[in-house]
Ligand binder design. Structure first.
Ligand SMILES: Cc1ncc(COP(=O)(O)O)c(C=O)c1O
Length: 385
């Protein structure tokens, strides 16, 4: 029997619940149900045309072969310039590794730093893929509890650090809560990381999607000591509506960057050649073209938080495009199921994010859908709270 041959490593991995809900919602829509799909984790905007044209040009010019395994020099230089301009971070080109999406960058990082049973701290509520990637890399996921404001409980963080703690994954702005850590909070986290010599894997993919005049701060920019301990991960998926292009990148101290470059060279090799050219065009363009998308997300976020019933308990997002919410006293699974059956809303159960009782909705959908969504959620709250 072939199923007996599947590795324990593979058997230990749960499928991504966000992708599973997406699939279920698509099936119901195909069967004629009027479902509003709130499970998506990508901007509902098309990739801007001038970025597509750059890829088409690259194809027409025959840029279709292997590239430098860590990414083309021009793109890595552009990423260095971006780090300097946006985050006040100085890196050499050799410290930048371009991969097939930030997800791939994160997995490369974990493969490069995890020995068997090394502990990686993941503050809840967390992105669903972190615990599974840690397991795949042989590490152990240790969850840090959250406070009422959905930010990490620093006292709990201090109490779970052991000799085996290798790293903490910081995700600001966060998926699934949209919380954004302030400079003061980041300094506190940086001090703990420096005190115990813990690596900070800083997932900054939602960097540009911040609202209410907030500015994203990279923890790596808070001083030389924390910069040396930080691996910054970012990508083009969310900022430029380029999820399908699969380009992400990271910046790390030389020994880590070298280890990751080796892993990538023996596994996937380079990220897609012409997608790199498209990413280069996106990153080096005048960035004002992303403003309308950010403004639209902010408008939608404001609409939701201004219109949700007080009976709904939710985390006000300062960034990203999600709202984590809770209605009544159900488990996440029950709530998601009832919302799908009774209100035709496809949401993602929060238990996979380490937030039992909650579901996540995405506002990467039209205002028309969101107006209807809020109406249905409020009706549901009326009946269930
Ligand atoms: C927190 C977080 N990190 C990383 C990623 C991966 O992004 P990419 O498309 O670059 O792989 C996602 C995508 O949903 C995400 O939500």
């Amino acid at each position: 029997m072939i199923e007996n041959k599947i590795s324990q490593r593979a058997k230990n991995i749960k499928p991504s619940s966000t992708l599973a809900v997406n699939k279920k919602a698509a099936e119901l829509v195909a069967a004629g149900e009027k479902i509003i799909n709130l499970s998506v984790g990508e901007p509902d905007f098309d990739t801007p045309d001038f970025i597509k044209q750059a890829a088409i040009r690259a194809l027409n010019e025959g840029f279709t072969k292997y590239t430098d395994s860590s990414g083309i020099k021009q793109l890595r230089q552009a990423i260095c310039d971006k780090f300097k301009k946006d985050n006040n971070l100085d890196y050499q080109v050799e410290q930048i590794i371009v991969s097939c999406g930030a997800k791939h960058s994160l997995f490369n990082v974990l493969l490069a730093i995890c020995d068997q049973d090394d502990e990686i701290i993941v503050p809840a509520p967390y992105w669903v893929s972190y615990p599974e990637m840690i397991k795949l890399a042989g590490g152990k996921c240790v969850v840090c509890k959250y406070k009422e404001d959905f930010k990490m409980d620093i006292e709990h963080l201090k109490s779970i650090i052991t000799r085996k703690t290798k790293a903490i994954i910081l995700n600001s702005p966060s998926n699934p809560t949209g919380i954004v850590y302030s400079e003061k909070e980041l300094i506190e986290i940086a001090e703990i990381a420096c005190k115990y010599g813990i690596i900070v894997i800083s997932d900054e993919v939602y960097e540009k999607l911040v609202y209410g005049g907030l500015k994203h701060i990279s923890i790596a920019s808070l001083g030389e000591e924390i910069k040396k301990l930080t691996i910054v991960v970012n990508g083009v998926s969310k900022t430029y509506a380029m999820t399908g292009w699969r380009i992400g990148y990271l910046a790390a101290e030389m020994p880590v960057a070298k280890a990751i470059a080796n892993i990538q060279s023996q596994t996937t090799s380079n990220p897609t050649s012409f997608a790199q050219k498209a990413a280069l065009t996106a990153i080096t363009a005048d960035q004002s073209f992303i403003k309308p998308m950010i403004e639209e997300f902010e408008k939608r976020r404001n609409f939701i938080i201004n219109n949700l019933s007080p009976k709904i308990h939710y985390c006000k997002p300062d960034g990203a495009f999600y709202v984590l919410l809770k209605i009544g006293n159900m488990t996440s699974g029950q709530l998601a199921q009832k919302l799908l059956e009774e209100e035709k809303l496809a949401t993602v159960p929060g238990d996979d994010f380490g937030a039992e009782g909650f579901v996540r909705i995405s506002f990467a959908t039209s205002m028309t859908n969101l107006e209807e969504t809020v109406k249905r959620l409020n009706n549901f709250a009326e009946r269930n709270v």
